[in-house]
Design a protein around this ligand. Structure first.
Ligand SMILES: C[S@@+](CC[C@H](N)C(=O)[O-])C[C@H]1O[C@@H](n2cnc3c(N)ncnc32)[C@H](O)[C@@H]1O
Length: 402
């Protein structure tokens, strides 16, 4: 593949630095807002069968203006490498490196497709919002797989197709108008957005997305020269086509019915009889607004038992649940029911048995031990399956695998 295939994308990110450059990584607001790819907060998503370690090799592939410095700042023992096409973005990463004295950060202007030339391998690769801009995304992901350590994880975010329907309509409109990426063109985008019918398919995206609030974000959304989007099945196939294994989604709540359908409805029971991959597709179509998909992939030789949570047999009784949510006061006349909440999601009710099990979660006890300590009686496996699978599908717990 020629370098010129990336040239239009490089030119865009040279001029329209993305995302909005952070000036100081130490402020509480900047620190609080970071979750998606933070391997410490999400360790059990990326490495469900390993104890947390901070001294790992991290690659931030297509790091943009902030992400590599952010990893290096938040994880001093980690060795962080940032690569990007855009010299302007790397200059800002370098500004942050110098400002915060980040000796654990190295930066390189290069294409993802050439990453093997660094001669390094990585435990964790963050590639967020990048692969959908490559001329050949599969070749890019394959290149990342070639520098992944055997037990490593790649965390990927790509655009979701249905939530961006309106974005692609506008991209087409602006193409017909002959817009490029100049300041005047961005002004025209703003005027057009202000004049669109309130019922237009893009309005939900305009409201939800941070990218519609500043110029480089508007260019990224509506005047991009190269982007594509994926359905959930295409994400799974994408991993396979690059010779890698699809592990799971970052946030199960978006892909399972528990957080979105009424569980007393026959509709819910019907969806729940489907295989997992059909449930994900169904929920994507039901939700209708997913504009991004976050998921992780690994090498095919990494043993599946080390990352795949499976609630179908009874081996899950040896998993260790770790809470990601908090109990909140709940006004209900049903005895023993409690509410649980994880930001930014709603409060969900747990019935009496699930509440008793939830209260035993301490990050040390296995599910079997939680049941024994709960003083519940009856079928341990069925009660635990119902409670812990439910919490895991909500992403309100992690599970530590043996
Ligand atoms: C949307 S930004 C995402 C930045 C960062 N990952 C984040 O989440 O904040 C996409 C970045 O990918 C870079 N990029 C696009 N194609 C690339 C390629 N083939 N190799 C390396 N970087 C690339 C762009 O220059 C841009 O900085």
């Amino acid at each position: 593949m020629s370098k010129s295939a990336n040239a239009a994308v490089a030119q865009q990110y040279e001029k329209w630095v993305y995302p909005f450059p952070i000036q100081d990584l130490s402020t509480p607001e900047v620190r609080a807002k970071w979750d998606g790819g933070d391997y410490e907060r999400n360790w059990l998503t990326f490495f469900p069968n390993k104890e947390f370690r901070n001294d790992i090799d991290v690659l931030v592939a297509g790091c943009g203006s902030n992400a590599a410095a952010r990893y290096a700042f938040n994880h001093p023992p980690a060795r962080v490498t940032g690569i990007d096409l855009s010299a302007t973005s790397l200059a800002h990463e370098n500004f942050l490196k110098e400002k915060h004295g980040l000796n654990n950060l190295s930066l390189h202007q290069m294409r993802i497709e050439e990453v093997a030339s660094l001669g390094k391998t990585f435990d964790f690769i963050d590639c967020s919002g990048v692969l959908h801009h490559l001329p050949d995304p599969v070749a890019g992901l394959r290149a990342l797989g070639s520098v992944l350590k055997p037990e490593g994880t790649i965390a990927i975010m790509v655009y979701g197709q249905y939530g961006r329907t309106g974005v692609y309509m506008l991209q087409e409109m602006f193409r017909l108008m002959g817009l490029g990426q100049s300041e005047e063109d961005v002004a025209m985008v703003k005027q057009t957005l202000a004049a669109l019918p309130k019922s237009h398919a893009v309005q939900g995206y305009v409201e939800r997305s941070r990218d519609t609030k500043y110029d480089a974000g508007l260019v990224d959304s509506f005047l991009h020269r190269q982007d594509r989007a994926y359905t959930v099945q295409q994400c799974v196939d994408f991993a396979k086509d690059a010779g890698l294994s699809f592990m799971h989604w970052w946030d199960n709540i978006l892909y399972y019915p528990e957080g979105q359908l009424n569980m007393d409805h026959p509709f819910y029971r019907k969806v729940n009889t489907m295989p997992d991959s059909d449930i994900w597709q169904f929920m994507e179509l039901y939700n209708g607004t997913l504009g991004q998909h976050g998921f992780c992939v690994c090498r095919p030789d990494r043993p599946e038992s080390g990352y795949r949570a499976d609630f179908s047999g009874d081996a899950f009784m040896n998993y260790i649940p770790v809470s990601r949510c908090r109990e909140v006061p709940r006004r209900t006349d049903r005895p023993g029911v409690i509410g649980v909440k994880r930001e930014p999601h709603p409060v969900y009710n747990l019935d009496e048995a699930s509440a008793k099990l939830f209260r035993q979660i301490d990050g040390k006890k296995t599910i079997r031990e939680c049941f024994a300590a709960s003083e519940l009686t009856g079928d341990a496996v069925e009660q635990c399956r119902a409670a812990f699978r439910h919490l895991w599908r909500l992403s309100y717990i992690f599970v530590k695998l043996p």
